[in-house]
Ligand binder design. Structure first.
Ligand code: NAI
Ligand code: MG
Length: 338
């Protein structure tokens, strides 16, 4: 039976790259029924809400969502629609692979996966100003929240991911030397979980700043990395940079009952509507989604076809130094699938 999947085209370049992704997945033989919903600016426009209930109901029902980038409208009470979706469905694991697909970059053959905690840390939004001597913004304070529950499930997810994908090592990156309580708890819980996987998956821990340097100097010394929310946000962009930039960076947001697949990049208002966006990031997210719904052969076909197009400089999009439009690039991937 076909799997029903909620698809949110999104804002800016979202509709262009989402259309490309659907076309490619369909051509690769995805057994999928698409249920289109709106959010972000398009949601506000059509249903007067940046996060309409029908959209949330659809994700709840289907448990899987492909989402184009969303622009968070000002003055609607949302810090970020993307964060709101992650929170609503408790999508605690943000999985961000960095895989070399374009030859001639800084490095060849990079194959790393960063697992970022998606619900805690400094991004819980507990922050305020402190007024002093007539200055209402004399200081500001943000709270970093780390729980045993949150730490345990993300590190466990990283180990299970490593084991199930035939990977050798999990590196837990942290700042426990300075943030002894929050990061210390994350590290301690991580070490406990690691013991359960002894003999199956190797484990090491590293200070976050040293990890950043080591990723640039010798990325091959890593395999799967796991870390708290903000560190993961920063290092996943660094890792995207190692393999050619945001146009090639996919992401999965995984929870117990739902999963959302999206590009790491945003709605790129500067190139929206020009037909030049690189759809690879969302296509790769789509491939991850096919694996998630038990259609791994579709994912392999998509990655192979995309890889062959990316190897050819004349078929690349502008962000990768080529001149292909979004539709020419998509056509090239479809040709490779035939
Ligand atoms: P952005 O990722 O949209 O754009 C950054 C730069 O990268 C721009 O120069 C853009 O043209 C380029 N770029 C991004 N994706 C590209 C692609 N597929 N092909 C070619 N070039 C691409 O980040 P920015 O400008 O900071 O944010 C724009 C909007 O997107 C904001 O409203 C932001 O809130 C939203 N956003 C949404 C995200 C999501 O839905 N998950 C994630 C990040 C930002
Ligand atoms: Mg980010």
């Amino acid at each position: 039976m076909a799997k029903t999947i909620t698809v949110i085209p999104g804002d800016g370049i979202g509709p262009e790259v989402t259309e490309a992704t659907r076309t490619v997945l369909d051509a690769a033989g995805a057994d999928v029924e698409w249920e289109e919903q709106v959010a972000g600016l398009a949601g506000l426009d059509r249903l007067k809400s940046p996060l309409p209930d029908v959209t949330l109901d659809s994700i709840r029902r289907n448990g899987v969502c492909l989402k184009g980038p969303l622009t968070t409208p000002m003055g609607t009470g949302f810090r970020s629609i993307n964060v709101a979706i992650r929170k609503t469905f408790d999508l605690y694991a943000n999985v961000r692979p960095a895989l070399s697909m374009v030859p001639g970059g800084r490095y060849e053959d990079i194959d790393l996966v960063l697992i970022r905690e998606n619900t805690e840390g400094l991004y819980v939004g507990v922050e305020h100003y402190i007024g002093l001597e007539g200055d209402p913004r004399a200081a500001a304070e943000s709270v970093m929240i780390i729980t045993r529950h949150g730490s345990e499930r993300i590190v466990r997810y990283a180990f299970e991911y490593a084991r199930d994908h035939g990977r050798k090592k999990v590196t837990l990156a942290h700042k426990a030397n300075i943030l002894k309580y929050t990061q210390g708890l994350f590290l301690d819980v991580g070490r406990e979980v690691a013991k359960e996987f002894e003999g199956q998956v190797a484990f090491e821990d590293r200070i976050i700043d040293a990890t950043a340097m080591q990723l640039v100097v010798d990325p091959y010394s890593f395999d799967v990395l796991v870390m708290e929310n903000m560190f993961g946000d920063i290092l996943s962009d660094l890792m995207a940079g190692l393999v050619g930039g945001l146009g090639l960076a996919p992401a999965a947001n995984i929870g117990k009952d739902a999963a959302m697949f999206e590009a790491v990049h945003g709605s790129a208002p500067d190139i929206a509507g020009l037909g030049v966006a690189n759809p690879s990031s969302l296509i790769l997210s789509g491939a991850m989604m096919m694996e998630h719904v038990g259609q791994a052969p579709v994912a392999s076909r998509v990655r192979e076809a995309l890889g062959r197009v990316l190897e050819d400089p004349s078929r690349r999009t502008r962000d990768l130094g080529g001149s292909a439009s979004t539709s020419e690039f998509t056509r090239a991937v479809l040709d490779e699938l035939e």
